[in-house]
Design a protein around this ligand. Sequence first.
Ligand code: THU
Length: 133
Amino acid sequence: MKEYEDILERAFRAMENAYSPYSKYKVGSCVVTKDNKYFIGANIENASYGLTNCAERNAIFQAYSNGYRKEDVKAIAIVSDGNTLATPCGACRQVLVELLEKHTPIVLSNKKTEKITDIEELLPMSFTEEDLK
Ligand code: THU
């Protein structure tokens, strides 16, 4: 996917940094902002399994930690080298629905297949900050 080659390449490189001794499953992610800054993430596991941080959460948290907000994000890539596309887990969808705009492209790849989606498609009828008003 030519348009997203920059974030796909960076996400695949980040994937190599995954710390996943338990699942042995590596995921990489890269956020690109509208001013062309890149923030990468890989999944980082823990012996207390529930404390694992997924790749896409690490990437989007990096972007936010550097001062960027949802309106600044151009796209996010999430990649794996499994047989299927790594689509975000439920916890990550809840995080992404708050930290991305509804139609920010979410680009998935496992080198064999690619798909572009968005958080509205991945998490319809979500509970958000709007519901707390
Ligand atoms: N994982 C991610 O980092 N992102 C996804 O989209 C799916 C799952 C990680 C969590 C865990 O380290 C491993 O993949 C297996 O679930």
